[in-house]
Design a protein around this ligand. Sequence first.
Ligand SMILES: *Cc1c(COP(=O)(O)O)cnc(C)c1O
Length: 469
Amino acid sequence: MSKDSSERLRRLPAIEKLVSDPLVASLGAAVPRSILLQAARSVVDRLRERSSSGEPLTDSDLSLESVAAAVRDTALRMARNSLRRAINATGIILHTGLGRAVLSDAAREAVMQVASGHSTLEIDIESGSRGSRSAHYSCILSQLCGAEAALAVNNNAGAVLLALNTIALGREIIVSRGQLVEIGGSFRMPEIMSRAGAKLVEVGTTNRTRISDYELAITENTGMLLRVHPSNFRIVGFAQDASLFEISDLGKRYSIPVMDDLGSGALLDLSSFGMRAEPLVAESLRAGADIVTFSGDKLMGGPQAGLIVGRRELVDAMAVNPLARALRLDKLVLAALEATLRLYLEPETLAATLPSIRCITRPADEVTAEVTRLKKRLDSLRLPDVHTAMLDGSSEVGGGSLPGEQIPTTLLAVTKTDLSPDAIALAFRHNDPPILGRVANDAFLLDLRTVLPGEPDQIVKAASGIFQN
Ligand SMILES: *Cc1c(COP(=O)(O)O)cnc(C)c1O
């Protein structure tokens, strides 16, 4: 540490004094004192580190005014929740980093009700005795999928783990090589299988697997035939996989359970909304799968959950596996799940009631009109050196759903003469609420397809704060 800056660092007021500086003290009761002290210590520690790493500190770095301002900013950041609402202007509808599906009004209301008091979580109202958590959703879910039985756990990774462990513990599971996928967040099928206590038997090649490959691999120790929907990629060209129908037929001939991990299975045929069809859960069951697993917060548009539907004896066996207790759903999620499923009982209104379906099906010209309005509002602020432009682009469903499907959209490109697109993106992320866009074409891009009603106002406010000075 240079003698000079260490000397000046020593002259900084003590921590106790720093937090009573008017700039910091004006935060008042909004920030607990413990956080003010922690913020002051962290700011001073950071200055010490910079100084001892040889970085020359200027007088202004070390002025009481600048240190107090840094303490104030740090304290404000520490005082607010880390997990908070954010604005998704990325155009990725089911963005895992941004919490995947936005809940419907009905699901939000159900969560509020259950969170605000006691609930009927495990009470049978008729008898007054202990009931079952799964009673709240199992009938509707089975009915929507045309399944004998249904069970919901923490997420689809958990659903797969529970199913493999229940059905194939200590046995072999046959999977096509082309389906040994990694889904974001280190969900790798081979690893889940070994943790579930099952042995992976790979058949076929990356791009071609025939039903005869499965049949040749069957031994007396085969516990399951598994198909995995390769959610987040597509093999195009010389590619072929055995159909679920063929695999199910083979399973029946050898009395081996067949499972289909759909990932983002749809409860509803989206082609009626002009989308390429994502596999329907009901179709997998009709094709003969004994068990189908899928996520609650992908295309289904509900809370994070793993949904398991299929043959009653298999689902019942999963429900009594001790792992099911470790993977069980929380009451807030159950409330959101039941309310979301009930929306599917009126499929004709889903495009209005379910935010993810609304985003997917929103007509491109409606998005364009919204972008035009936003551009006008930003331009009328006359922000110095800021330019806006409208561009054609495409949104994506995300969440491993409909890979490669591009949804036409309109983007608002924002640039500033002396600021890089990355710096603009960072400033928008620092906004409260954080606003996430994309950086491409040498610009910061906002895709309004995924921006919810009311949020454009916040984008205008953020832009005026970021660019006004
Ligand atoms: C997304 C996905 C999973 C994991 O689901 P989570 O709900 O994120 O745990 C598993 N399998 C497939 C095929 C998927 O697409």
